[in-house]
Design a protein around this ligand. Sequence first.
Ligand SMILES: Cc1ncc(COP(=O)(O)O)c(C=O)c1O
Length: 392
Amino acid sequence: MLAAIARVCDSQSFILGPEVEALEREIAALTGAACAVGCASGTEALWLALVAAGVTPGDSVITTAFSFFASASAIVRAGATPVFVDVDPGTLNLDAALVHSQLQDRQLQDRHLRDRQLRTKRPENLRAILPVHLYGQCADMNAFDCLAQEFGVAIVEDAAQAIGAEWSGRGAGSLGVTAAFSFYPTKNLSAYGDAGIVTTNRPEMAEHMRQLRNHGSPRRYYHHEFGWNGRMDAIQAAVLRVKLGHIANWNRRRQQHAATYDRLFAESGLTSGPASNRTSNQTSGQISNQLNPPVRLLARSPQAKHVFHQYVIRAQRRDELRKFLADRKIGSEIYYPLPLHLQPVFSYLGLKAGDLPVSEKAAREVLALPMFPELTEAEIQSVVESIAEFYS
Ligand SMILES: Cc1ncc(COP(=O)(O)O)c(C=O)c1O
């Protein structure tokens, strides 16, 4: 790592340049997208992805209410209005069936408002859908593909947590029109500071984003539109290129740890098992009431290659459990304690508690347990034993 950083210092090329270009080629290859554009953060990547996908001031973009704030604030920064839709209760990813209803409702409203001849298939101003691949598992991209075709909207992936993830064998980042990744220091592939990247299969969109990240400037000191300074540092690219060689192995180890957690939870009798891998001969049930187990695991989509940015459970008496674990020096985190539609800054949208009940319930129950490549089986065992002790 130090050698890579020294290489940048020796070159004196600190912003963009050959390191960033090399990283762009390598990330494009990893995701299966044709192009990648390095930028300053995942938040910046989302803004670039939305603007390149055609989102303009006055538009609306459908997204999940259960994500990090940037999924929605980037929509606002593009001048558009977020339309929050609830999540699937199993995976906690944006619920495609609810998005479909939302699109149909809007189409009906348009039909009343607009002259038949002017009416387009796409609900007025509804430009894009932004699914988030939450915790490292892709949202239902088959369903979103169908919606994109039926309603003529763009799909922009928030793949910030999903580097290396796949849907039906295709890489996250190659599934939408554009996709945003974050290299924030806690991510599976992380920089030594802030950094992000956007991927796309459309070279013209990549070119647009290269200009936008550099003050809308195709040529030095000539500006065609209002961009911003969203450039990536070469030192971050150099660090990321070293780590990139390890990401497949690190993701594999995360998957192994998740399988160990699943197995130990099943053996503990705390859970009724994740929706897709419940075993029929599960007999331990001293703690678990099969209808209302104290711990529930999230569902895994069979089409998804999950990279377990987080291993998240849904827990009864979640906050007490978290304190119990903290007292035993076991770290945990809540992603996310308040859904986006209830954030004070979005009160102007007029949504209230009870409007998106699945997200609201998830916010009360989710708990992310320790998850990183170097985790040992003994450590996982001690986490699950401590949870069992709490509920015993
Ligand atoms: C789902 C999601 N979207 C967007 C972001 C924003 O990324 P960054 O922190 O690099 O700006 C993050 C990470 O923080 C994230 O988890």
